[in-house]
Ligand binder design. Structure first.
Ligand code: AHG
Ligand code: MN
Ligand code: MN
Length: 335
């Protein structure tokens, strides 16, 4: 008979004591995310059957078209976290400002804030290609019982207590870390339970996949152009193979399993690149480092950047350690 792995629920209970300030709050938070992800998964799977494809008719603060599923996923995650009163604040790609959560008695003793990209790669929805959700968790820095402030959200990534993503792919997985390695759980949709399928995930130190939107090549900095030429050069272990889904979660997930590098550099059009530091790059950076990989802006460690704005963008180089270091070398040499 096939082995039945540990469920995510069992895993959370068993590992709760590893959490720095263990009181069950972070476990409840992860539990809520796991629940919201099931609801979003259910909807994503029905794309094409129910009226959820296409744009919602609005743009977010970053001027991007909101897809119907962007809006839906945003509501599901915010409602799930708000109703359970387990966080004191939420910031989302789809919300202009952070959300302050006051408890039923107008007082909020919860310790954590969550930053979230509810639906990543949303332009892929209409064509039945994998999308994801990315989340980042911090302990608040302002006093408990008071409303959260922007300072609770503008913390460097090294302060993250947990980070993870959900990939709604050929199967749905939740992959997360609380600072003790990275574990991946696959949803069995028939019974609605996630099982530990990928314990202790590790980025191979080297890889042969590079993921970058090469259509923007002419706008790339010289260091990235040089690195791409290096990837394409004929050598013993090269040329590398090029894979780009256009959904950070899926590209990252594949690279972590197979070995590879993901690059979204600054361009002559977008001097800070496209990806958002707080709810895309920081959580992916924590996962990468926890899995033995690396994440940088081409020069500096992502998780040491002091954020100044909620929706700030940053160039992103992330993946197998030797590949990221090689790309950094090209960036440095071209300066
Ligand atoms: P989002 O759907 O949350 O706005 O994120 C899309 C991001 C990321 O997932 C992806 O890697 C990148 O945008 C793709 O951008 P390009 O289409 O410019 O390559
Ligand atoms: Mn995104
Ligand atoms: Mn998004």
């Amino acid at each position: 008979m096939a082995k039945i792995n540990q469920s995510l629920g069992e895993f959370i209970i068993e590992n709760q004591s590893e959490f720095k300030y263990s009181s069950g709050e972070l476990s409840r938070l992860i539990n809520s995310i796991r629940l919201a992800a099931k609801v979003v998964n259910h909807k994503v799977n029905k794309a094409g059957l129910v009226d959820i494809l296409g744009t919602a008719g609005d743009t977010n603060i970053q001027g991007e078209d909101q897809q119907k599923l962007d809006v839906f996923a945003n509501e599901v995650f915010i409602n799930t976290l708000t109703n359970r009163e387990i966080v004191c604040g939420i910031a989302s790609e789809e919300e202009d400002d952070f959300i302050t959560i006051t408890g039923r008695n107008e007082k909020n003793d919860n310790k954590y804030v969550v930053l979230i990209d509810p639906l990543d790669g949303s332009s892929n929805i209409d064509v039945n290609v994998s999308v994801g959700t990315i989340f980042s968790v911090f302990r608040r820095v302002t006093p408990s019982g008071t409303p959260v402030t922007i300072d609770d959200f503008l913390q460097p990534g090294i302060n993250q207590v947990a980070a993870g993503y959900i990939v709604y792919g050929t199967s749905t997985m939740i992959v997360y870390t609380t600072g003790h390695g990275v574990n991946g759980f696959t949803l069995n949709p028939a019974i609605g339970t996630y099982y530990l399928s990928h314990p202790n995930m590790k980025f191979p130190e080297d890889g042969n996949i590079y993921s970058v939107n090469e259509g923007n090549y002419v706008h790339f900095p010289q260091g990235v152009k040089d690195y791409i030429k290096y990837c394409q050069k004929e050598e013993e272990d090269r040329p590398y193979t090029s894979r780009y889904i256009g959904s950070l979660v899926s590209d990252f997930h594949r690279n972590m399993i197979k070995g590879g590098i993901y690059i979204y550099p600054n361009t002559s059009k977008d001097p800070n690149g496209k990806l958002r530091l707080l709810y895309e790059c920081n959580p992916m950076a924590m996962l990468a480092e926890q899995a033995g990989g690396k994440a940088s802006d081409g020069f500096n460690r992502i998780m040491e950047i002091q954020p100044t704005q909620l929706h700030q963008r940053v160039p992103f180089f992330c993946g197998s350690i030797n590949m990221v270091e090689k790309a950094e070398e090209f960036m440095k040499n071209s300066k």
